[in-house]
Write a protein that binds this ligand. Structure first.
Ligand code: ADP
Ligand code: MG
Length: 310
């Protein structure tokens, strides 16, 4: 017999709270959070729809993980420390095996960052998964898209294009580094620690969900500045370099989404405060628009990120 809604919530989504900020968790009409003095609550929601954000054949464990990862990535890019999430689940039917896998993936990441699941909603319908994530940031210190300044250096975490390569592999591409690319596509790492480290150092910041060019474009627009990117400085893995050699598709690392690395700007005088492991990929300029320097030539780089209703 299929589990009833309340049994399902009890069995898979009710756990002891890990944080003092959680005053009341799953079970009442609302959850309650304690917001410590001097902090702001950062809130974000991301939804994943079958056929739009994920393939029907994806492992439920990877789905639970990725749903949380993309939400925590938004908190990371604001420099917020994650504390709690709520989960809205819409499913065609109750499948205990699926729920078990989904919960396992979700809680593996939630436990890593001590994030409490404090509530949610469970309904029937086409598979649609939504998380609202909440985090703390000291008042006035959140990293905003609008804070980039002319002269700032543009940096990023990690590598670019590996998740994009993972998607190409799902679509039939065969080449080097398949396992890593698929892992980057299915199980991105939210850059929480980086966001916290960057909070007192960076100016503008965004997480790369729709591709570096499109997401940096949001910083440029919100900050009313332009930028120049140096293609030779982009952090590309061997497998992405191999992909470009084979296909000639050199724009992929700039256009592909799903990397969930952070892209941020830092004034040159503060750049030395950065720890190792960040890559400088360009500079913020007064002249509007995005320019790309490649093989010694600077050209305007026009981007259209993915938009749902286009
Ligand atoms: P209500 O009818 O008052 O909205 P629900 O029946 O939707 O309450 O949910 C009962 C309790 O279970 C609430 O505390 C709600 O936050 C929680 N809840 C429902 N679905 C989920 C879920 N998928 N994950 C975690 N908590 C959930
Ligand atoms: Mg409800």
């Amino acid at each position: 017999m299929a589990l009833a809604e309340f049994d399902l919530i009890k069995q898979f989504f009710t756990r002891a709270a890990q944080r003092e900020t959680t005053a009341l968790s799953v079970g009442d009409d609302c959850a309650l959070l304690n917001i410590p003095e001097g902090y702001e609550l950062a809130i974000t929601t991301d939804t994943m729809v079958e056929g739009v954000h994920f393939f029907a054949d994806v492992e439920p464990e990877q789905l639970g993980y990725k749903l949380l990862a993309v939400n925590l990535s938004d908190l990371a890019s604001m420099g917020a420390e994650p504390i709690a999430i709520s989960l809205a689940l819409t499913m065609p039917s109750v499948d205990s095996n699926w729920l078990q896998g989904f919960a396992k993936g979700l809680f593996s990441l939630a436990d890593k960052y001590r994030v409490d699941l404090i509530g949610g909603d469970t309904t029937s319908g086409a598979l649609t998964l939504s998380i609202q994530a909440m985090g703390l940031v000291p008042k006035g210190q959140a990293l905003k898209r609008s804070a980039a300044k002319v002269g700032d250096l543009i940096y990023m975490t990690g590598y670019l294009g590996d998740a994009g390569l993972g998607l190409k592999i799902k679509q039939g591409y065969q080449g080097k580094g398949i396992e890593n690319a698929l892992k980057r596509f299915n199980m991105p790492e939210p850059r929480i620690e980086n966001g916290l480290e960057l909070r007192p150092i960076a100016n503008g910041c965004i997480d790369i969900s729709d591709g570096l060019a499109a997401d940096l474009g949001h910083i440029l627009e919100e900050s009313a500045v332009g930028a120049s990117l140096d293609y030779a400085c982009l952090p590309l893995s061997e497998s992405v370099i191999d992909y470009i050699k084979k296909t000639g598709d050199w724009q992929m690392p700039l256009l592909a989404g799903d990397d969930y690395e952070l892209c941020f700007t830092v004034s040159p005088s503060r750049a030395r405060k950065l720890s190792d492991g960040y890559r400088c990929v360009g500079v913020i300029e007064q002249k509007m628009g995005l320019r790309l320097v490649r093989e010694g030539i600077s050209t305007v780089f026009q981007v259209n990120g993915f938009e749902h209703f286009r």
